[in-house]
Design a protein around this ligand. Structure first.
Ligand SMILES: [Zn+2]
Length: 181
């Protein structure tokens, strides 16, 4: 994949502010990235990576910084290592029947966590920064992360996979915490 030279000194890059729910842009369906958008996408990457690593988080989708475009970052490498991925127009093209529950959180729902049931494995198709179409098989943590980030591009938050009762509880708790900040 394309080198991301700014990552060498990412600590010196100002993190782009991450929007917290409920923000309407987090609930909107983002549009496809076109070649004309690529300059903007590239320009947003340093601030987005900085924000994701600083949080720290393992994924960040463009709507979370208020940009309604279908791209996201992920990095599920162990602490102290890096494996950054930029996904342009990603889509899940296959998923396993087998499901698994995994605890999820979200930088747009700070301090809120819940177990979400999703397919344990997926195949994803996406474009790289160079415009090359690639496919990737993922399972476990990476599969969860990819599904979570692609959900963001469709205005879906992890709490939408929970019961209404649980979702309302989390959203109320979040609103209360945000007020108290
Ligand atoms: Zn999220």
């Amino acid at each position: 994949m394309t080198a991301l030279p700014f990552l060498a000194d990412i600590e010196s890059v100002a993190p782009t502010p991450i929007l917290v729910a409920p923000q309407p842009v987090l609930r909107a369906v983002a549009r496809e990235v076109t070649p004309e958008d690529m300059a903007l996408v590239r320009a947003t990457l340093p601030g987005m990576f900085s924000a994701m690593y600083k949080a720290p988080g393992i994924g960040l989708a463009a709507p979370q910084i208020g940009l309604g475009l279908r791209f996201a970052l992920v990095d599920v490498a162990d602490e102290g290592e890096r494996n950054p991925l930029v996904l342009i127009n990603p889509e899940i093209i296959e998923e396993t029947e087998q499901l698994a529950a995994r605890e999820e959180g979200c930088l747009s729902l700070p301090n809120q966590y819940a177990e979400v049931v999703r397919p344990v494995g997926v195949r994803m198709r996406y474009r790289t920064l160079d415009g090359v179409i690639e496919e990737m098989d993922a399972d476990d943590l990476l599969a969860t992360c990819l599904q979570h980030e692609i959900d963001h591009l469709d205005g879906i938050l992890f709490v939408d996979h929970l019961s209404k009762l649980k979702r309302n509880m989390i959203m109320r708790r979040l609103a209360k915490e945000q007020k108290g900040r």
